[in-house]
Design a protein around this ligand. Structure first.
Ligand code: SF4
Ligand code: SF4
Length: 143
């Protein structure tokens, strides 16, 4: 699954339009791995009841199509590298701001900076419209 689609699904899950649940749990556990924190201990791989976690380049990877959203992997990770959707929003916002500031640092002129800011906002507005449109369409499939 592409990263963009994954991100959109994470957001949809977070919005609880389709709360992905196990019969025992009422909570939406769509886990994701903060790769830079993963120390490749493989505890999550051993713990996963659905065999949804594998290792790739010394980092744990979750197969969303196999995951049953039980949340067990999050509990065993010794470095808290497996997070919930709401954490992903925070981490992604921080990372976007970081990369934006990096771009701004390269330019001194305020006119260029204002142009970069405008462009960033335009791109984000477009992404917002794509997500909103996708959510609107997906809602039509709600049973
Ligand atoms: S939430 Fe459960 S099924 Fe999904 S990857 Fe983690 S341990 Fe496996
Ligand atoms: S338990 Fe955490 S640190 Fe260990 S492999 Fe899984 S994600 Fe990485």
């Amino acid at each position: 699954m592409g990263e963009k689609v994954k991100d959109q699904l994470h957001k949809i899950c977070e919005l609880k339009i389709f709360p992905l649940q196990t019969p025992k749990s009422k909570r939406c556990y769509m886990p994701w791995i903060l790769k830079k924190k993963c120390i490749a201990c493989k505890k999550c791989v051993k713990q996963c009841p659905a065999d949804a976690i594998s290792m790739s380049k010394d980092k744990a990877v979750i197969d969303d199509s196999t995951c049953i959203f039980c949340g067990k992997c999050m509990k065993v990770c010794p470095v808290h590298a497996i997070l919930k959707d709401r954490d992903k929003v925070k981490v992604d916002v921080e990372s976007n701001i970081k990369s934006f500031l990096k771009k701004m640092k390269k330019h001194n002129g305020s006119a260029t900076k204002s142009h970069i800011l405008k462009r960033e906002l335009k791109q984000l507005e477009r992404q917002k419209k794509i997500i909103q449109g996708t959510i609107r369409e997906l809602k039509r499939f709600k049973p």
